[in-house]
Design a protein around this ligand. Sequence first.
Ligand code: RIB
Ligand code: CA
Length: 317
Amino acid sequence: MRRMTRKVIIDCDPGIDDAVALCLALFDPQLEVVAITATEGNVSADQSTRNVQALVEQFDPPRYPRIGTASPLESAPALNTRQFHGDDGLGNAGLQCSRLHHQHPSDKLICDEVRAAPEQVTILCFGPLTNLARAFRRDPAIVALVGRVVIMGGSVQAGGNITAAAEFNMYFDPLSARQVIRSGVTKTLLPLDLIQQMGVNLSFLEELPSEHSRAGRVLRRILPFMFRAYHQQLGQESIVLHDVLAYLAVVHPELFQNVEMCVDIETRGELTTGATVFDRRPRAPNRPNSEVGIEIDAAAALDCLIRGLQRAGQCTS
Ligand code: RIB
Ligand code: CA
């Protein structure tokens, strides 16, 4: 019996971990990636759009998604993640894309695809929530038409990664993050607490699809940069592929333990801007507004990651 595919929109800021998660999703027969919408974050808006285009062209998946173009965020902070992703966001691998196809603004594309399939689309957020917030402002009615939003972001008790208090995706655009968190959309948050249980070491490079595959060629060009960067910058021999967790939460929810929590985003603190604040008081005044991943079967998740990449590697050319 043909398994029903799940429609997803992937909003991302590639980003090496974004690229790995995109590869998994584009070659996953359970998913119909109807659109990939670029957002500023790890790289500039233009670079993010070029990276999405280049990755789709290089992966050359069985089904091509529509592509949304990112536009700059006025309030983008100075802090960035180039040291872990490279100046071009993809390990300085120099992936080229052809001329940019017809330009669809990311937020408009999100609205169009959600309206085309009411309550059927899962929006996977691998980057700052700028596009989603813009989409909700452009067409407020879609908040009720989105199936679910799955967000890689925030931190319950693991502290920050871009600052002491904040995880990067929330930090980069805290006002948009707060707007989405308060919007009432059904959402799942995968915080840093989970991701830190999922480090992959150098042996992961040997598990990648072969050079003869499109996926293998791309991943083998971009991933070594991140291993070198984690070693040089953090003294760590393993890396974390944050966005892969959000993909796994959609296709393998059985790997996760989630709890309903009330969360909000700090938007003004000198030291705490972008921090996710979870209200865990008994009888907290506000109702829970997010399902939050608190535990993961890390060994099984790593196995799903490897198997997903091997599946992607079967498409050779
Ligand atoms: O904090 C990690 C997140 O920030 C990941 O999505 C990574 O790609 C960067 O966007
Ligand atoms: Ca990302």
